[in-house]
Design a protein around this ligand. Structure first.
Ligand code: PLP
Length: 376
């Protein structure tokens, strides 16, 4: 049986990982500035995370959402505390797309409306409504096409205001990434996020903060949207939540009321996933990783901005992007093949840095040294 060939692959088989490093099957060590696509939050194979998953596995791995699962409440308590949203409610699921799908569905149930506002260069996942709200027609199948999603330019408050003036009472939700990831590391402005909050309040629409990539402390705050000083009604999260264990969720404001059967999933919130997610939050707290993301991120940004050959250094914390000049279009490939450093990309010419939130200054310096060598 062949694998369904949908991913362009680097010719590397990773067999071992620790912290911000991974090793291939030939024993070569790599620095992971990509975090397996922003997933590695506390560092690969963190001992507390391994221990917690292992001991949960020996007790019980799974039972369905038809019984009490105390680990879910423990996770909700810790998440409420670290995210500063104690009064929100947690619904657990399995992936970023599923989190957004549920967020959009909940907004529609709550408002009784159908229209969703999304933004140019957004990425919200590959399930039916999440992909319809994603600004990439190439991945939207004919069956997912809908005129219920309205795309507007990102960070353009005037066009958002104009749309709400015209049809505010039809809009169920506005969904926005605090920092667009797949779209190339574009930071939502404070003014724009505050305008979304105000317009949603005025019209009764739901503000959905997609924090799947930019959340979980990566930007130096728990959700990147928090930099704006306003709260969203729903935060979706996944990637960093399990540090590689598949777990996702939505954090839901108190005024959005649940009803039996409204949302559901077989695997979401299982014992093992909760143990992994709880371990992540415990390590984030104990090792002060949000602060590390901010400090190490600030250092990286400052050093990158001083490099004349790269342009538009942007982002927050350890979610950083920069434009690669035409003369160095093999930069990412060279970083991998010559320096054994994984980085991310966004088409056509952006390098994305999404390392573990535990990245050290010494590891940042290793990356910066390799980058300087390539650029000169
Ligand atoms: C902002 C954002 N939302 C949603 C998703 C979808 O997450 P998943 O691949 O876990 O379904 C992604 C994945 O890259 C993402 O970056």
């Amino acid at each position: 049986m062949k694998l369904f060939d949908v991913y362009p692959l680097n010719n590397v088989a990773i067999t071992k990982a620790k912290g911000s490093n991974v090793w291939d099957d030939k024993g070569n060590q790599y620095l992971d500035m990509y975090g397996g696509h922003a997933v590695i939050s506390i560092g690969h194979t963190h001992p507390h995370w391994v221990e917690k998953i292992e001991s949960q596995l020996r007790q019980i791995a799974f039972y369905s959402n038809s019984v009490l699962i105390p680990q879910q409440q423990q996770l909700a308590d810790k998440l409420g505390k670290l995210s500063g949203k104690n009064d929100y409610q947690l619904f657990l699921c399995n992936s970023g797309a599923e989190a957004n799908e549920n967020a959009l569905k909940l907004a529609s149930f709550h408002t009784g409306r159908k229209k969703i506002v999304a933004f140019r260069k957004s990425f919200h996942g590959r399930t039916s409504l999440a992909v319809a709200a994603t600004d990439n027609p190439a991945i939207v199948a004919p069956v997912n096409q809908t005129n219920n999603v309205i795309f507007l330019p990102f960070n353009d408050t005037a066009s958002l205001q104009a749309l709400f003036n015209a049809q505010g009472k039809e809009i169920a939700a506005v969904i926005v990434e605090g920092i667009q990831g797949v779209g190339g590391i574009n930071v939502a402005s404070t003014e724009f996020l505050q305008a979304i909050r105000r317009l949603c309040d005025e019209s009764g629409a739901v503000f959905i903060a997609d924090a799947v990539q930019c959340g979980y402390g990566r930007s130096g705050k728990f959700y990147a949207q928090d930099h704006s000083g306003v709260n969203a009604d729903i935060y979706s999260m996944a990637k960093g939540m399990g540090n590689g264990f598949p777990v996702a969720g939505i954090s839901i404001a108190p005024h959005l009321q649940p009803k039996y059967g409204m949302l559901g999933t077989t695997f979401g919130g299982n014992h093992l996933a909760c143990a992994a997610a709880l371990a992540v939050l415990e390590v984030m707290e104990q090792e002060n990783l949000m602060e590390n993301a901010k400090q190490t991120g600030d250092y990286l940004m400052e050093q990158l901005k001083a490099m004349p050959k790269i342009a538009n250094v942007r982002g927050a914390g350890l979610m950083i992007g920069f434009d690669v000049p035409e003369t160095h279009k093999d930069l990412r490939k060279n970083l991998l093949e010559k320096h054994r450093i994984f980085t991310g990309e966004a088409k056509p010419n952006v390098i994305r840095l999404l390392p573990s939130l535990a990245l050290t200054k010494a590891e940042a310096d290793t990356f910066l040294g390799a980058l300087r060598e390539e650029l000169n």
